[in-house]
Design a protein around this ligand. Sequence first.
Ligand SMILES: Cc1cc2nc3c(=O)[nH]c(=O)nc-3n(C[C@H](O)[C@H](O)[C@H](O)COP(=O)(O)OP(=O)(O)OC[C@H]3O[C@@H](n4cnc5c(N)ncnc54)[C@H](O)[C@@H]3O)c2cc1C
Length: 510
Amino acid sequence: MTGTVRDRRAVRVAAPPGAPRVDGGPRTTAVVGAGIAGLAAATALAERGAHVTLYEREAYLGGRVGGWHTDLFDGSTATMSRGFHAFFLQYYNLRSLLSRADPGLGALTRLPDYPLRHRDGLHDSFRRVPRTPPLSALGFVALSPSFSARDLVRMRPAAALALLDVRVPDVYERFDGVSAHAFLDRLRFPRAARHLAFEVFSRSFFADPRQLSAAEMVLMFHIYFLGSSEGLLFDVPAEPFPTALWDPLGGHLRRHGVTVRTTTPVLHVTPAGGGGYTVATQGEETRHDTVVLALDTPGLRALVARSPRLGDADWRRRIGRLRTAPPFLVSRLWLDRPVAPGRPGFLGTAGYGSLDNVSVLERWEGESRRWATRTGGSVVELHGYALPEDADPATEAARLVEQLRRVYPETRHARVLDARHEWRGDCPLFPVGGHADRPGTRAPGTGLVLAGDLVRTDLPVALMERAATSGFLAANALLQEWGVRGHPLWTVPDRGRGRLLRALAARGTD
Ligand SMILES: Cc1cc2nc3c(=O)[nH]c(=O)nc-3n(C[C@H](O)[C@H](O)[C@H](O)COP(=O)(O)OP(=O)(O)OC[C@H]3O[C@@H](n4cnc5c(N)ncnc54)[C@H](O)[C@@H]3O)c2cc1C
């Protein structure tokens, strides 16, 4: 059962009030970028009767969670992607988006655990951890072999108390000036546990904890441990992303009249004389009343640089300063034999060089399962984040495979029948002190809004959920300008749970 069950203290962000639908003539909107943020914005606007054109540079929907066909050595076709993505239970707005085309969220399947393994032999698991805060955090500490009694005595509980009452945007005022690494030092957080628990979060931002703002990591701790009761349970799509998620959502969009234009990069956007914006693509200029820029960091920076009349000088400077996190590598291997039967569908790793996690795709993805059943092989995916900018992709790919052989020794004798490697660097960096530069939903100028996981939402959301939430917020901002009712949103509790925890937090020190 994967449907949406919300924490009983989840917070409802009311929809801006207004008419049920766009009235008095069509409102046209260009949504630029069909990642999760653009898909959410297009959905939310089209459902209220706006005429939406969705422009996407690539041939597929889903952005960083998109997928494309690749021909394998044996003549079969597989769907390649940037691979494993955890759809956590706290992703209320993303789930709401997906449920438009899949009401029971039958396309998602639950993985039983979030196992973590350190090379020193330490294992952690979140399955047995109680899910009610603060027992979730205390339970993790008590059950985790990464925390020895001596470690606990050395920790500075007063500094940790701040974690009990995390609020947005207050968390940025308090912790954006400190790196995730320095914050953990301040807590005297034990080294092994640091890899296994906290760094899982900071690495999921594709950044070295020395570069990442502590505010983002503290926010993650709130979302998964102390602020919500869903813990680290997550779902994954049971088929490749296009089949499971985006083809059905694309159908929903088309049924609501959205014109979906893939393989159509937007070259520039210019304020039009009589109001609205001209959106230029190869050989074509189209006027739209409003524009949603739902781009990744390099895409937004480049589009704004090519659109000199968009926004104002300060906004443009801030967009120009946005940075991407270091590159990451996703390697998918088709092996000639199976991994050992007990291997989980997903394993977080620490201490294995650049290897951050290993997925065994046939455990949960139908397409890979069918290939593995047919051939007797295994489809394994390796992720390495925050790699050096000047690293050689082929060397890094070889290193990931070397580490796989340490993690799952049975793969030492396996032949790699085929492999695909995705070396990219388009995730946003949330650097120390960078929050002030981050653009919000509304851009200077009427009818121009932003969405994406790089956008500031002032809500406790991150990654894919931030992308989805920001898309709905961008649509709501436009609908509000038109006097049309927006869409309600949900988030995990926006502060510490209960008076006792908040009182304890107030006694802590930063
Ligand atoms: C390897 C990997 C693993 C991840 N794992 C997780 C996970 O487990 N859980 C999680 O929550 N998140 C995870 N993430 C993060 C998640 O993928 C992103 O947060 C999310 O997909 C961002 O969506 P978005 O819509 O903001 O941006 P994007 O998906 O990047 O969408 C932006 C779109 O704009 C398009 N575009 C760019 N320029 C133009 C142009 N000029 N004209 C038209 N279109 C343009 C791009 O092609 C793209 O489709 C992971 C990311 C990666 C890379």
